[in-house]
Design a protein around this ligand. Structure first.
Ligand SMILES: NC(=O)c1ccc[n+]([C@@H]2O[C@H](COP(=O)([O-])OP(=O)(O)OC[C@H]3O[C@@H](n4cnc5c(N)ncnc54)[C@H](O)[C@@H]3O)[C@@H](O)[C@H]2O)c1
Length: 359
């Protein structure tokens, strides 16, 4: 049984609380939020202690794993603090906003022997796992084109609910926040990215960052990729999808959160195809999907067996590097070749302008 604690009791904490209650090998023992009423509202129904200072919580409670669920631009600072307690760390996506933060986090976890897990729950979607299996078996042959599409709805009220949302300093736009899952999936499936050219726009809300973005990718394999992401779909969420096209087959997985198989076709049948539509096809009720439970079960397995998690710091850093390259391309108006040193990318670098009244 591993003892978990949460740092951050906002929107995504509800998912962590419900999933940790479902997992037999996990128990949630304490929570913390700088907003006392959020911490209290999370802890009281569970009969566990709550804190407004994570140092106090970590000094007082017996904890094995800390889930960091704070605004994205604070992940670096919070991981670097908490790593010194020697506890295992789960951090919500994205790992951080700057590559320097991600590198410091990875280095500190290595130095202290702490495992760092970055939440990329869509990798655990049943349909996505089958897609990855088909790729690893070489069923696609030569890869041609990979596309991810995020057509979600986030209105002004969503951005106005917390001061950090929609800022360069602490959040980033649709590409960093919502599409970071899909960008991660695209790289996981298609391999290393060689270069990217991107454009963004802010169409329907008043925020510092983009609500819409498109990017063209060239993978080092020679295959091409497209990222299409918008929070300006109205009046409600439409789709989160990936499609992979290769010499011998094509797969599309869509639904709200990359769970629903739309196309599964190969020129050679395989035992894998038999129950693909019946066993691996599901569309969740919301964009969070089903993957958090499988993700956290894998975290527990990895800690108990002392093996590497599927999305450790290095894996989590890859999509962050591509997102930084996308913004570098937007700001410079040029195709950006990876590896690169960000010069123009504003993500995580602007000063936080607290123009809204809430936290
Ligand atoms: N995996 C997913 O699908 C998914 C979905 C939503 C959000 N997220 C990620 O989760 C993170 C949080 O998002 P959210 O929507 O829950 O935000 P939120 O604003 O609703 O919650 C963040 C909470 O962190 C608290 N906090 C800030 N500093 C703190 C500190 N020093 N100590 C303790 N608490 C502190 C805030 O008071 C707030 O309650 C973001 O990085 C976001 O990208 C992931």
């Amino acid at each position: 049984m591993l003892k978990f604690a949460l740092v951050g009791c906002g929107r995504i904490s509800r998912k962590h609380v419900s999933v940790l209650q479902e997992i037999e090998q996990a128990s949630l023992v304490a929570v913390c939020d700088i907003i006392e009423q959020r911490a209290k509202a999370t802890a009281e129904p569970l009969g566990i202690p709550y804190y407004t200072d994570y140092h106090r919580m970590l000094k007082r409670e017996k904890i094995d794993v800390v889930n960091i669920l704070t605004p994205s631009g604070l992940h670096g600072r919070h991981v670097l603090d908490i790593v010194e307690y020697g506890l295992q760390i789960v951090v919500e996506k994205p790992i951080a906003l700057t590559l320097e933060d991600a590198d410091r986090m990875i280095e500190a976890c290595d130095r202290t022997g702490v495992k760092l897990f970055v939440v990329k729950q869509n990798r655990y979607n049943l349909a996505v796992q089958q897609l990855k299996k088909a790729l690893d078996k070489g069923r696609f042959g030569k890869l041609v084109l990979g596309t991810v599409r995020v057509r979600w709805c986030r209105d002004q009220a969503y951005y106005d609910q917390d001061a950090w949302r929609g800022t360069w300093a602490l959040d980033g736009g649709v590409l960093t926040n919502q599409a970071s899952h899909h960008i991660d999936l695209l790289e996981w499936c298609m391999g290393e990215v060689g270069s990217v050219f991107a454009m963004t726009a802010t169409r329907l809300v008043d925020i510092e960052v983009e609500d819409t973005g498109v990017a063209l990718l060239k993978f080092t394999s020679g295959a091409l990729g497209i990222i299409e992401a918008t929070n300006a779909t109205r009046p409600k969420d439409l789709e989160g999808s990936i499609s992979i096209l290769g010499e011998h087959g094509a797969v599309e997985i869509a639904g709200f959160a990359v769970n629903e198989i739309r196309t599964w076709q190969f020129d050679h049948e395989d035992g894998q195809d038999k129950d693909i539509w019946t066993r691996y096809n599901q569309n969740p009720p919301d964009v969070y999907g089903f993957g958090h439970k499988l993700f956290l079960e894998d975290v527990i397995r990895s800690i108990n067996s002392n093996t590497r998690g599927l999305v450790d710091g290095f894996e989590g850093r890859k999509s962050l590097e591509l997102i930084n390259a996308i913004y570098e391309s937007v700001e410079s108006g040029r195709e950006v070749r990876l590896k690169f040193r960000p010069e123009h990318c504003r993500l995580g670098r602007e000063t936080f302008n607290q123009r809204k009244s809430t936290s």
